[in-house]
Design a protein. Structure first.
Length: 112
């Protein structure tokens, strides 16, 4: 991923509107590109501050940089969970196919 692509995804990241594959590529890029990370941090802080102003009842002493780090940790956790589910689904599908294949072989052997 290049910087232009990453920068175009910042708002979608903040709105949690990236697919898992996009999210993974985006996070990998911003973690290795200080310029893009700074861009993300700036937009994230502005977004969080605006939300905080809208939510009058919340404590206004939040560490906005820490919020970004927590958001990134949650995004990485989401990626891992999704990859695990995909792998588990693949294994389950393979087991189903193997079971059906075994059943068909059993049926054919009974007919002979």
């Amino acid at each position: 991923m290049n910087c232009q692509t990453a920068e175009s995804m910042v708002n979608r990241y903040i709105e949690h509107d990236l697919s898992v594959d996009e999210l993974e590529a985006f996070l990998e890029h911003v973690e290795n590109c200080p310029s893009c990370y700074d861009e993300l941090e700036t937009y994230f802080i502005v977004h969080a501050a605006m939300q905080q102003l809208d939510d009058e009842g919340k404590d206004s002493t939040l560490d906005l940089r820490e919020l970004l780090e927590e958001d990134i940790r949650r995004a990485k956790h989401h990626i891992l969970k999704t990859k695990f589910r995909r792998a588990l689904s693949g294994v389950g599908f393979c087991a189903l196919i193997a079971g059906l294949g075994g059943f068909l072989i059993y049926i054919v052997m009974q007919m002979l």
